[in-house]
Design a protein around this ligand. Sequence first.
Ligand SMILES: [Fe+2]
Ligand SMILES: [Fe+2]
Length: 214
Amino acid sequence: MTRSRPLSPLDRLLADAQNALETVAGAPRAARPNPAAQEADVVLDDAERRHAAGLMRINHVGEVCAQALYVGQASVARDPQTRAQLLDAAQEETDHLAWCADRLRELDSRPSLLNPVWYAGSYAIGVLAGLRGDGWNLGFVVETERQVEAHLEEHLQTLPPADGRSRAILETMKEDEARHADHAQAAGARALPQPVPTLMAAASKLMKAVAYRV
Ligand SMILES: [Fe+2]
Ligand SMILES: [Fe+2]
């Protein structure tokens, strides 16, 4: 998502509302091929399939939150370069979102019913973080991406061993998230003071517990 001219506040609000609808209710399209396409579609037994679907639903929610967070942060970013960087990261998160949605369908499952709630909450957090200034904005990206990277590693360990297709998606996502964190760090992120990182970890723990089922 790149924007060539400055948008008025109303334009921006409308663009954000459109992103929210596409993320929550639309069928986001990936710009890159789905990494799962390289892997055989092994038939999982029922328990494995349900577990893999629970994990992929969590990852799908994580990507909904990432979209909302970055779009919210971008809406109040002061520096056009910071805003462009946030929107670029959001574009890669769209790939992740589409890949997770594809895999959920393959596993005969569905995204979280609470996605509108996750989106609204994350957008609000993004705006609040963004209002503190661009150093905070970027610091928030670094903290989010590092936490997501760690959690993807955990999922890579707990996916059913036969589920190569989910694994291929999560491995690519993990590389992308690490790069997002590195870019934000290099662009001047400030370290977030406690208790912010701890609160973020607690919020994502709650989200994971709920999204595994709902
Ligand atoms: Fe992502
Ligand atoms: Fe990311």
